[in-house]
Design a protein around this ligand. Structure first.
Ligand SMILES: *Cc1c(COP(=O)(O)O)cnc(C)c1O
Length: 442
């Protein structure tokens, strides 16, 4: 059909998974699977995950950081299959809770490649992690240092740890700020001396082995400046540790937070440039401090999972308020995507089940929940002839969507369907009403 090429243009490559295309009849397909077939087989809403795109992103990070450790931040989205893919692609995995650890262990993830985060890990979580052979714990408080040391001693192991440092750099989206006093719940403040004190505390405990320092400066970051400033301060602390204790710490973890494109207006960093920039600054700072360059680690979550997934919804109602706006309501909402309500996040959306020559109109794509803030996408141009039964797809749904999904209004959470080479397979099934009712014991 002659209109194919023109229609392909509404799928901005920076926003959509690599396998997303418009078929000749105008319908959206991902990795060779027509979304109409996906909707018929798995229902809507559904998260559709392009497996090759996910694996390609893992490989791109692996290659860009060839001489470093790349921990996929499982909180962005984790299930058993994802943990297996991450292991197969040679990445390591960061978990924050006993639940995330359970998924990793069920997937057979190599425990020595796990990093355990969290500002309030329970004793049970510490025991489970140490018992499973988790490679590194990121210690986050003085209480935890003592707790972990006791657990490690009981298990007769010398547990490797990083100390989590708050370096006074906070980055969000397009800006970063330097905070004088690190006012947040995570980690040990650099400027107050708490980080240096935590290093002393760990070094005094024979059941803990301090192998490095960690920081994480924020999320959805678009430039390297905040990372550079953090690296500068972290290398200074490495130098301080050597000066005070005569110890050269071999590892430096600079965290995650690299941004992605939710709309074509976002301009994410290229992973190769990012890796080169980060390495250059660490090498320069280490040379200046006469320190050997530590093995680097990074923890991307969103940058790997986010762009791989589109959410497919079905339109239920269209309410036109002349002179005001048009509300197009779909069969999901804040239970499958809390980010719009929580962060006023911006997204794009397309009509996915057919072609339309109708003039686009800016509409509000709304959810079905009992909350007026339940919006999926604000002010998105969609064809003026949108009608009930149409499918709509929202890209960049792979990170912090399913992992933050809820059962608000007793809505069962949607399935995650992997697509690859024209074949769809279920990774996580849709919840049922029976699943929801199973928790009511009386
Ligand atoms: C959330 C988090 C990450 C991942 O953040 P993204 O924005 O998804 O890359 C990495 N490390 C830590 C410590 C985190 O809290």
């Amino acid at each position: 059909m002659t209109t194919t090429t023109a229609r392909a243009c509404d799928l901005e490559p920076v926003v959509w998974p690599a396998g997303a295309v418009r078929r000749d009849d105008g319908a959206l397909a991902v990795a060779g699977v027509d979304v109409r077939d996906l909707a018929a087989e798995f229902g809507t809403p559904a998260y559709v995950l392009d497996e090759d795109d996910f694996r390609a992103r893992c490989r791109a990070w692996r290659q860009a950081f060839a001489d470093a450790d790349v921990y996929y931040a499982g909180k962005a989205f984790l299930c058993t299959a994802i943990a297996r893919w991450v292991a197969e692609e040679g990445l390591s995995l960061d978990v924050c809770t006993g639940g995330e650890l359970a998924v990793a262990l069920k997937a057979g993830f190599p425990a020595e490649r796990l990093l355990f985060h969290g500002n309030n890990k329970s004793v049970a979580e510490l025991e489970r992690g140490v018992g499973a052979g988790v490679g590194r714990f990121v210690v986050d408080s003085a209480v935890e240092i003592d707790r972990l040391a006791a657990v490690a001693a009981q298990h007769g192991v010398r547990q490797r740890v990083y100390v989590r440092v708050t370096p006074g750099v906070e980055a969000h989206t397009h800006e970063y700020v330097q905070t004088g006093q690190e006012d947040q719940k995570f980690g040990f403040s650099l400027s107050s001396g708490a980080a240096a004190e935590a290093v002393r505390a760990v070094l005094r405990l024979p059941s803990l082995e301090l192998v490095g320092l960690h920081c994480h400066i924020g999320s959805h970051i678009f430039d390297v400046h905040g990372f550079k400033l953090a690296a500068h301060r972290m290398v200074a602390l490495l130098a301080e540790v050597r000066h005070e204790h005569g110890i050269v710490l071999p590892e430096l973890d600079l965290g995650g937070g690299q941004g992605i494109a939710y709309t074509a207006a976002d301009d994410p960093m290229d992973v190769v440039d990012f890796a080169a920039g980060l390495r250059a600054i660490v090498e320069k700072e280490c040379a200046a401090a006469d320190l050997p360059v530590p093995r680097l680690a990074v923890e991307p979550g969103r940058a790997i999972a986010g762009p791989t997934t589109v959410t497919v919804y079905e339109v239920g109602t269209v309410k036109d308020l002349p002179g005001l706006r048009t509300y197009v309501s779909v069969d999901g909402g804040m239970s499958d995507n809390i980010r719009t309500a929580l962060y006023d996040a911006r997204y794009t959306a397309v009509l996915a089940s057919r072609a339309s020559e109708a003039v686009p109109a800016n509409v509000t794509l709304a959810g079905k929940h009992c909350e007026s803030g339940d919006i999926v996408v604000h002010d998105v141009p969609l064809p003026g002839d949108l009608r009930p039964g149409d499918l709509v797809a929202v890209p960049s749904s792979g990170a912090y969507h399913r992992s933050m999904a809820s059962n608000y209004n007793h809505v069962p959470r949607p399935p995650v369907v992997a697509v690859k080479d024209g074949v769809a397979r279920l990774l996580v099934r849709r919840e049922t009403e029976a699943d929801l009712l199973a928790l009511d014991v009386e």
